[in-house]
Every structure is written in structure tokens, then in C-alpha cells.
Design a protein around this ligand. Structure first.
Ligand code: SF4
Ligand code: SF4
Length: 319
């Protein structure tokens, strides 16, 4: 609430959550990925544990509540990640992680299950064939990943484990099987939403929703299939609540990783606080061109909520 008040009263505020990418490298090659190795637009940078701790310390100084380890590349591709997870927990922050699920071993599964608040495995498939096609990996990896997810689910106590599938013509036929195998592994939820700019509503979604029970939820982002949606607000305020550190560099939001126009600064040159308060960051926020933003961006709902708070209501004294 204090940060929302800062925004409404036009003061600089600090993120509640930071996304931190331990690496831009990955062992998968998904179409549309930001990671350089997968043909994306980021570089091949990779953090040392010393650098990662230094950046986490700065995030803590800015009063953050949580860090999501994501990419970039795959967080588990960087061998420091299990130690980094423990370090973040010991600093009193919550940790979440998004991963392709292929790079776990028994030791890292235990560290993750014991320390993370949530882990989401991006599967994008319900069968080995689709998984191999989307991610350009051998078909046998699908079974190994399901095995890792099952182990995570067996060991978790407070950690929520989920899987995700982005719908597209290539993955659409797999959503029922994806939901079924995920539930069989013991996950708490599956997330189904569209690949950017693909608005084809999944026909079998009701079959997936019917599998829900007390311990298993299907999180279906129905609003993201509205092809005619246009943002009604004129400023992105939500970027201030969710920071993005792509290895060494800060970006305006998660969708602009690797885009020079929206690079806020480099932590090898300036501190996090200096970048956050810089005129350069303000200029980027003020000159944001919404044509560069996807309509259903990750922070759209937060922006809509803040816009409602900032908009004065006629006859506001009448409840
Ligand atoms: S697993 Fe994630 S980081 Fe790796 S190529 Fe696929 S989308 Fe990119
Ligand atoms: S894509 Fe969304 S979060 Fe990113 S700058 Fe645009 S409006 Fe903000």
C-alpha cells in the first residue's frame, strides 16, 4: 500500500518484486525466447555467485519482498542457482523460479523444495513429440522432466509447484494431456495462456477445467484471448513495482529484455539505486511508446488498477 500511495502521489517508489536472471544461456532452443543461445536478442552473459550476491544485497537495500529467478536463459543452467536461492532466503526474501525443469538433480530438487515459495516448469506440451518440437530437444527429455516435477512435488511442503503451457497452433492439441500428466505428477496448478499475439481460444479448455479439485487448479487466462483489447491507460506505472535485472542490466519491464531502447542501466557501472533514480530511467518511462508494448502484457492488470486509483471519480463523496 505504501508503494501504491507513492505512485498515486507521483513519488519514486521501489519494486516489491524483482526478476533476476542468473544467466542468458540455456539448454533448450524454444522459438520466441529472449535467450541468445535460442536465437533471442539478449547476450550470453552469466553471473558469478559473488556478482549475484552483490546484486541481491542491493535489492534488499531497496526494501524488496521477493525475487523471481527467471530468464534470460534457464536459471538452473547456471550452477550457482541453488546457492543463490539459499542466499536470498537467508536475506529474508521469498524466492520463486521459472525453469524448463530439465537441469535438476536430487540435491538441487531438495534445495528448491525447501527454500522456494513457488516453482513453475514451462512444459508447453503434454507429449514427448510436441515437447521436442517446441523446444528442439530429444523426445526422451519430456519423461525426465516429468520425473523431476514428481520428485519436487514429493518433497515440497510450503513450495507451490506448477506447470505452464502457452497455447499456439502447435501446442493446442496437447492441453488436455498436458493438464492430465501435470496433475499425475502432483502439481498444485497448471497455467494455460496464449503465446504472444495468438488469440485462438483452446477448444478443449473445459475438459482441462473439469480436472480441477481441492488440490489442483487450472489457471486459465481467458482475458488474454481478447484480440480487440487496447490499453486504456496512458502511462506504465506498474513497471515501478516489478524490477527486471537481466544478468547485469536493468530493463523497463520483462518484455523488453535485451531491447537497447528500454535498457535502464548496467549494474557493473552504476548501483541499483543510482540507476533507479537516474534521469535516463525517467526519460525512458516518459517516452515509452505503447506501440512497442504487447496489449496483454504481464503488468496490464496492475496498470489498470493503478489507473483506476489515479483517476478522480465524479461525485466521489457519495459511496
Ligand atoms: S527453456 Fe526458457 S530460456 Fe530456455 S530456450 Fe526455452 S524459453 Fe528460452
Ligand atoms: S509491456 Fe506492459 S509492463 Fe512493459 S512497459 Fe509496456 S505497459 Fe509497461
Amino acid at each position: 500500500m505504501d508503494r501504491l500511495i507513492d505512485i498515486v502521489e507521483d513519488r519514486i517508489t521501489y519494486p516489491v518484486t524483482w526478476e533476476l536472471d542468473p544467466t542468458n544461456r540455456c539448454n533448450h532452443y524454444c522459438v520466441g525466447c529472449y535467450a541468445k543461445g535460442a536465437g533471442g536478442r539478449t547476450n550470453n552473459d552469466h553471473l558469478t555467485l559473488k556478482q549475484a550476491k552483490y546484486y541481491v544485497d542491493q535489492v534488499v537495500e531497496l526494501n524488496a519482498k521477493a525475487i523471481n529467478l527467471t530468464g534470460g536463459g534457464d536459471p538452473m543452467f547456471n550452477k550457482i542457482t541453488p546457492k543463490l536461492i539459499e542466499y536470498i532466503r537467508n536475506k529474508g526474501l521469498n524466492v520463486g523460479m521459472i525453469t524448463n525443469g530439465s537441469l535438476f538433480n536430487d540435491k538441487s530438487i531438495k534445495t528448491v523444495a525447501d527454500n522456494c515459495s513457488w516453482v513453475r516448469v514451462s512444459l508447453d506440451a503434454g507429449t514427448p513429440k510436441t515437447h521436442a518440437f517446441i523446444r528442439k530437444v530429444p523426445e526422451k527429455q519430456f519423461g525426465q522432466i516429468l520425473n523431476n516435477i514428481s520428485k519436487l512435488c514429493e518433497q515440497k511442503t510450503t513450495c507451490k509447484v506448477g506447470t505452464a503451457l502457452l497455447t499456439s497452433p502447435e501446442t493446442m492439441g496437447d492441453i488436455v494431456e498436458f493438464t492430465r500428466v501435470s496433475k499425475e505428477c502432483g502439481v498444485d496448478y497448471v497455467q494455460i495462456r496464449p503465446f504472444h499475439e495468438d488469440f485462438t481460444i483452446p477448444l478443449c479448455i473445459n475438459e482441462c477445467l473439469a480436472m480441477q479439485d481441492e488440490n489442483f487448479k487450472v489457471l486459465y487466462s481467458e482475458n488474454k484471448y481478447d484480440a480487440g483489447y487496447k490499453k486504456q491507460y496512458s502511462r506504465c506505472e506498474a513497471q515501478a513495482l516489478s524490477g527486471v535485472i537481466n544478468v547485469h542490466k536493468l530493463y523497463l519491464c520483462c518484455h523488453f529484455r535485451g531491447v537497447d531502447k528500454y535498457e535502464l542501466g548496467d549494474l557493473r557501472e552504476l548501483s541499483l539505486k543510482e540507476i533507479w533514480h537516474s534521469q535516463h530511467r525517467q526519460d525512458i518511462i516518459n517516452n515509452l511508446d505503447f506501440k512497442d508494448c504487447i496489449p496483454h502484457c504481464r503488468l496490464d492488470l496492475v496498470n489498470r488498477t493503478i489507473d483506476n486509483l489515479k483517476t478522480s471519480v465524479p461525485d466521489e463523496n457519495f459511496i
